[in-house]
Design a protein around this ligand. Structure first.
Ligand code: ADP
Ligand code: MG
Length: 513
């Protein structure tokens, strides 16, 4: 649709933030109208006009593109069928009546709610701006006063409607920003370093951390988390027993395993809770993570803590694990990697925390001074086990042959049904534990990016980090379309960390030794 007809004022798409948001909004408009108009005219997908699925996040997708000449929309049409027969007349109605109606309602500025579109674009721009300010203010995350963090249910990501208690920053952590569009905004700044979120069970700790995890993305107006923003290099870490691991140097955390298994080059088809969590951390660091997010609900206890009594019973030379408590400070000091963790069950962490936030009745309070006083009064008498420094992150070089997207006589076979995984050739990659993937379109793009990265970068020389750098740079330059031979309408933006996560979970993956 040429701009002369679509009629969007250029200031709605002149900056990248605005353009991504406008395209996101138009995808949603198209979806809404298409749903209304396209009643089933046959069986299954037939008779359906549909566009890429959206959730609460505002992200870059290939469903709507805006060039300097036109607005381009990519969508699906299921021709109406009866059994194996196309119903020609109804197909003509769909294409000649319904489609022009949808285009008319969804893609002409004059027919849209200009206020709502303005708000959509400005909200995303403010959120991007806030995120860009975090580092210079010494912060890794910001949670605005008034934010609504809880969701409707475990399977419904829309905001909890009734009974939601809105977020209010403790005075001691309150910071203020002056956003380009909405002006002054205040909220809780989480500083660089080690932050503990403590508090009783069911008081909102995990809900806060979840909002921070998703703060790497922008959210639609009305989500409640529009102004919860997090450093874009923040990666959720959890235990994930059963996953495969290929040649990861987990020696900063784990040494002398039984049967003298190597941990500088650790491979397994069935990781334990602690080894999987160690691998998840090292792989995140290898991919360039700047902030780690950990929730005790999904962490391996023996990876997180080892108290004085256990140190006395099980000598260090009988315990392969150096617990996270002895490494988290080194990570922050040596590598500049911050950690935000929910830890309601162990006060041992008071010694290493820079900031402590207590959740009480879904409201945060800063309790750093109390936690430090308690740490002085009740010394844990633990022996630190972490050594002098964190240890090194050994770069890995993946072998190209070990990423094989072929199946039978097809050279590339990819399949994605939901956000839980990808079929890559003959392999199923389980991504159900990769919690910062929010849309199925991200997985489609990640699957394509794996094929792309293999062809372009895996030559027995490029490291994982270099492959990620190259692939992500190509996408920033040419858009998601660089990933596929033909234009697709269902790809969504992903981060380097999630691409790395998919490759790392491919069970055939091998690295140069
Ligand atoms: P914790 O991790 O401290 O045990 P959760 O974060 O899992 O607690 O929250 C427990 C319950 O409270 C969840 O059902 C969650 O949706 C709800 N909840 C969290 N924050 C709020 C809030 N601000 N207002 C209302 N309900 C909330
Ligand atoms: Mg919890």
């Amino acid at each position: 649709m040429p701009h002369a007809i679509a009629g969007f004022p250029p200031q709605l798409y002149q900056t990248r933030s605005r353009q991504v948001a406008l395209r996101d909004r138009l995808t949603r408009e198209f979806d809404m109208v298409a749903r209304k108009i396209s009643e089933h005219r046959g069986t299954g997908n037939s008779g359906l006009i549909s566009i890429a699925k959206t959730g609460q996040e505002v992200i870059d997708r290939t469903s709507v593109l805006i060039t300097d000449k036109f607005v381009e929309v990519r969508f699906f049409v299921g021709l109406p069928a009866s059994g194996r027969r196309i119903l020609g007349e109804r197909a003509a109605q769909m294409l000649c009546d319904d489609l022009p109606k949808i285009v008319d309602c969804a893609l002409k500025y004059g027919n849209l709610d200009s206020k709502a579109i303005g708000r959509h674009v400005e909200t995303a721009e403010d959120a991007d701006w806030l995120r860009s300010q975090l580092t210079s203010r010494g912060l890794v995350a910001f949670v605005a006063d008034g934010a609504i963090l809880p969701r409707r249910s475990g399977v419904d990501p829309r905001p909890l409607a009734a009974d939601a208690i809105s977020f209010k920053s403790p005075d001691s952590l309150r910071v203020e920003f002056n956003c380009p569009n909405r002006g002054t905004i205040t909220g809780m700044g989480i500083p660089v370093g080690i932050t503990l979120i403590v508090g009783g069970g069911y008081h909102g700790k995990s809900t806060l951390l979840r909002a921070i995890e998703l703060g790497v993305y922008n959210h639609v107006p009305g989500d409640g988390r529009e102004f919860v923003v997090t450093n874009s290099a923040a990666v959720k870490i959890r235990a994930e027993d059963g996953r495969s691991v290929a040649g990861v140097d987990i020696s900063p955390f784990i040494n002398h395993l039984p049967q003298s298994r190597q941990t500088t080059n650790f491979s397994t088809t069935n990781a334990s809770g602690s080894t999987s969590q160690a691998a998840n951390i090292i792989e995140a660091l290898e991919a360039g993570a700047g902030v780690l997010l950990v929730d005790e609900d999904t962490a391996a206890t023996n990876f997180m803590i080892r108290d004085r009594r256990m140190q006395a019973l099980i000598a260090k030379d009988k315990e392969p694990i150096t617990p996270f408590i002895d490494k988290v400070g080194q990570l922050s000091r040596d590598a500049g990697v911050s950690t935000i963790m929910v830890m309601g069950g162990s006060g041992d962490y008071f010694d290493v925390a820079d900031t402590a936030i207590a959740m009480e009745n879904f409201q945060p309070q800063e309790v750093t001074a109390q936690a430090k006083a308690i740490a002085r009064e009740y010394a844990t008498s633990r022996t630190a086990e972490g050594g002098k420094s964190f240890g090194k992150i050994t770069a890995r070089v993946p072998l190209s042959e070990s990423l094989d997207p072929s199946r039978g006589n097809k050279s590339v076979k990819l399949k994605v049904r939901d956000v839980d995984g990808v079929v890559f050739g003959n392999e199923n990659i389980d991504l159900s534990a990769v919690e910062q993937i929010v849309e199925v379109g991200q997985l489609r793009a990640i699957a394509e990016a794996m094929v792309y990265a293999k062809e372009k970068y895996l030559d027995g020389k490029h490291t994982v980090a270099q492959m990620l750098d190259g692939t992500i740079a190509d996408i920033s330059k040419g858009g998601l379309d660089v990933l596929t031979r033909f234009p697709q309408g269902d790809l969504a933006e992903f981060r380097r960390f999630e691409l790395a996560a998919a490759i790392n979970r491919l069970r055939t993956l091998e690295v140069k030794s």
